[in-house]
Ligand binder design. Sequence first.
Ligand code: C5P
Length: 401
Amino acid sequence: MIAGKKIILGITGGIAAYKAASLVRLLVKGGAEVQVIMTPNAKEFIAPLTLSTLSGKPVISEFFTANTGQWNSHVDLGLWADAMVIAPATASTIGKMANGVADNMLVTTYLSAKAPVFVAPAMDLDMFKHPTTKRNLDLLRSYGNHIIEPAAGELASHLIGKGRMEEPENIYKVLDAFFDQQHDLQGKKVLITAGPTYEKIDPVRFIGNFSSGKQGFALAQECAERGAEVTLVTGPVNLSIAHPGVTRIDVMSADEMHNAVVSRFPEHDIAIMCAAVADYKVEHVMDHKIKREKGDAPVLTLVKNPDIAKAAGAMKRPDQVLVGFALETDNEDAHAHEKLLKKNLDFIVLNSLKDEGAGFQCSTNKVKIIESDGSETVYPCKDKRMVAKDIVDVLKSKYLK
Ligand code: C5P
């Protein structure tokens, strides 16, 4: 519920700034207290007077008021808020937020904010597609911010594509749903595996896979924000997670991940096995670097790694829930059903590498949830954070008391 919540609305200098007035109106009508912060450019698009009238609070834009010298404390504001929303967020502000360029009141407040942050990008389609913007949005996601994806349609440039700020009604709905479920995993302990495993060949080489860890980290963030105590066992990834509810355990190989999971599973209510564990390891790891010799190439003998999900399935008590993933390239459903049974999972999240926008490295995923009671739900392609929300929603509604 939005009523009673304190919300900072950051407005940046894009044409969609005019829609921010409707957003303020909706939030205030919903019972929120809204403090608007504008970047200097935003004021070229919409008058501060409109926003201060709608919010009932003077708009903040500068670090201090020129005529009185009164200081606007970004630290106090950051601590005051229950949520911070940046709508519209231009490519420039997204870049500043991702890289800590704190040269205005909005970005300094963002850096001080303890509350969850929602970013609603708005820009031209080519700016949105640019690798710089993608990288900056990925960085913001990796810091736990929520990205409210822009919609596709006609843009201010009259070009058609993705980049329109999501409508104020939908931004309101995202916030409302977020506050509603904020604490629905309170008191639950969740164990999550993420990322790839690396299996050593010699001191400088390994066998690995393309898993980025993004889906597992998104799940950890989602569970922690909904009040769970999370243990995140992760293989080698380039991601960070800052939520105080998450305890991170870094491992390298499948054996290390297996030990970390098996020793901790009994004290958890839920385990979500999201890691892309190497099925095989090298039988004899060399203790020196293998040299390139003349003649035949070396032959590596592989042996099976432990199946961590299966081990957890064998230990599972009736009061525990076990969720697995299946990444398939063919015969997807049959393989997923087989794994569901073999590993004693409660449900399995299937993604196919055939689907565009699904699988390794990318920020989106397209999944189907297959449950042990036979029910199946197909979801559209979404941001991995939203996929995490869908998975936790299933967990919450059907598997937790
Ligand atoms: O058998 P497959 O690797 O396709 O199964 C995928 C599921 O099993 C995922 O949930 C994955 O995290 C888990 N798994 C595991 N240990 C392995 C292999 C897979 O936990 N050695």
